[in-house]
Design a binder for this molecule. Structure first.
Ligand code: N01
Length: 539
């Protein structure tokens, strides 16, 4: 059977894409590797996993009934609650009948003669569709563990992004955790609460702020729901996909007292962006940034009792915000416990995993279990893990060998009718993903509707439009401090990956307006073809 669209992935992007296409009368099928919906929330079941965008923001806005009826229990929802929500959405909108589970896509090839995609699964099935829509998520492909000897370890080995569904009991065990990014920072306090001994291997200290998570109160839920639509609209035209805070001053034009009072209020608010949005130059001026960074370092020093451990936990090698900041519940406090040890692997590098544990340049540590919270091949890893072939047999992997090139993060030249939801070059991970997912899905659905109306068969990014967009993405990033960090935003966490700023930092609102303008100008920068050949409609 031939579909209008094959959608890869049944996370929040794939589910909404299916919903919208059905609404427009398109036939679509979703192929999903897991045996359930939820994407990242299906896989990342490590202890303490929760979203660090507030639950009433991190949810779909497309259905007024859904957003009015669903009741989030906490300021920051846990992974099980978010997965329940994803399942509720799948049932409520009867999505499962068009999702094929346990189908990992192996390849997708564009057939120029039929202007269609042939998508093959690892289990040997083939699906044909006019459009191939990639909804595989930005942080879904765990990066290969680049520490020698991992297979040798005789104890239990876990990865935060592929956690056993039945959970893990660390009671009485000697546990090692490798990594101190968001996943580790959320899980470490809970693992420490069970383990007999916990050793944390830190390569780069992270900036983390307290989440001050709490149950949501009835009145605040009612108040938000009374004008949810207006609130969502503000998020859509914001910088990060949540309503902007007023940022009308430089951090350097106010007194130290005023600055510290502002930072303290932001800290107490328990959100990811309040501190970074306190002033308008924190992400562009090294001096301004340093005031915020030092504020957090002082907090770390005030929480962690052992001065040496506190200093090791203080990030000093990158500006605050240029690596994804973390939200925690009791992370720094955990290092005050007698049975918790921090190992600075910059000082004593991790050499190998052994049969009994982990060896650094200084000593061998013995463990019953090791948790790898070592992160992802972000933004491009999941996309190119499928062997995607475009016009003339070109592979996407080859096209992106020096870094991903897209037009608007939505399409790639030479890959007609291939859409990437929250692809590289779009705000994606620099935003509340729900807002960016909905924006991309709506844009793609409207584009497909327009093509159908015009009798068009293909749409493809023009190379010159793609080049101009890539240049713009870099130009905007280069005006900030982001390129200074060795972050996964820059691809640097994966050995051999080109150093390129992957998302678009120009802001969710301006980006949305650009996408709408392009569509309004007859899909400027895209080539659109009909059966009869190239259309003059696209600029
Ligand atoms: O991964 P990470 P993550 N030897 O890449 C270290 C989102 N997320 O899974 O920084 C030693 O951040 C690595 O060290 P370094 C969120 O966007 C969201 O924690 O490369 N160490 C780092 O400390 C987040 O940013 C939520 O020097 C090694 C850690 O492992 C993104 O996902 C929750 C190493 C990896 O940290 C990724 O988070 C969780 C090695 N060989 C995640 N290799 C919420 O919304 C890696 N490391 C709550």
């Amino acid at each position: 059977m031939k579909y209008d669209a094959v959608i890869a992935g049944a996370g929040f992007a794939g589910m909404y894409m299916l919903y919208r296409l059905r609404e427009l009368g398109f036939s679509a099928i979703v192929l999903e590797a897991a045996d359930g919906v939820g994407g990242t929330w299906y896989w990342n079941r490590y202890p303490g996993a929760r979203c660090d965008v507030q639950s009433m923001d991190y949810s779909y806005s497309f259905s007024e009934e859904l957003q009015q009826e669903w009741v989030w229990s906490e300021k920051y929802a846990t992974q099980p609650e978010i997965l329940r929500y994803a399942n509720h959405v799948a049932d409520r909108f009867d999505l499962r009948r068009d999702i094929r589970f346990e189908r990992r896509i192996a390849s997708a090839a564009y057939d120029e003669n039929n202007a269609s995609w042939r998508v093959a699964t690892e289990c040997g099935e083939t699906y044909e569709a006019q459009f191939y829509i990639v909804a595989t998520g930005c942080l879904s492909m765990p990066k290969e563990i680049d520490i020698p000897g991992v297979e040798r370890f005789k104890g239990k080995r876990y990865h935060s992004a592929n956690w056993p569904h039945e959970g893990v009991d660390f009671s009485g065990l000697r546990v090692g955790v490798i990594g101190t990014g968001s996943s580790a920072i959320q899980s470490i306090p809970l693992i420490a609460a069970q383990a007999a001994e916990l050793t944390v291997f830190q390569r780069t200290a992270a900036f983390s702020m307290p989440a001050f998570n709490r149950p949501l109160q009835g009145e605040e839920i009612t108040a938000r729901k009374a004008n949810y639509a207006e609130f969502r609209e503000r998020s859509r035209y914001s910088l990060f996909g949540v309503p902007d805070l007023a940022m009308d001053k430089s951090a350097l034009e106010v007194s130290a007292e005023e600055r510290n009072a502002t930072y303290e209020a932001a800290w107490q608010g328990g959100t990811l962006i309040a501190l970074l949005e306190s002033y308008n130059d924190i992400m562009t001026s090294t001096a301004a940034n340093e005031t915020a960074a030092e504020f957090v370092r002082q907090k770390i020093r005030s929480i962690v009792k052992d001065p040496k451990t506190a200093e090791t936990l203080c990030p000093t090698t990158f500006p605050i915000g240029t690596k994804r900041p973390c939200l925690d519940t009791g992370y720094y406090e955990t290092f005050n416990a007698e049975h918790v040890t921090l190992v600075d692997v910059r000082h004593t590098p991790l050499e190998e995993v052994t049969e009994r544990g982990v060896r650094t340049s200084a000593t061998e540590y013995e463990f019953d279990a090791i948790v790898f919270a070592t992160g992802f091949d972000a933004m491009t890893g999941a996309i190119v893990s499928v062997d995607i072939t475009g016009r003339g047999g070109v592979t996407l992997k080859e096209r992106w060998q020096h870094g991903p090139a897209t037009y608007l993060g939505l399409m790639v030249a030479e890959f007609p009718n291939l859409f990437t939801i929250t692809g590289p070059g779009s705000p994606s991970v620099m935003s509340n993903m729900m807002v960016s997912i909905e924006q991309h899905v709506d844009w793609i659905a409207e584009c497909m509707r327009t093509l159908r109306e015009r009798g068009a068969t293909t749409i493809e990014a023009r190379p010159e439009a793609e080049q101009a967009w890539v240049a713009h993405v870099n130009e905007v990033a280069d005006a900030t401090l982001f390129p200074q960090a060795n972050s996964w935003y820059m691809g640097v966490n994966v050995p051999g990956k080109p150093r390129v700023f992957l998302p678009y930092i120009g802001g969710v609102g301006p980006y949305r307006m650009k996408c709408d303008e392009v569509a309004g100008n007859a899909y400027e920068g895209f080539a659109i073809t009909t059966e009869a050949g190239l259309s003059a409609a696209a600029g």
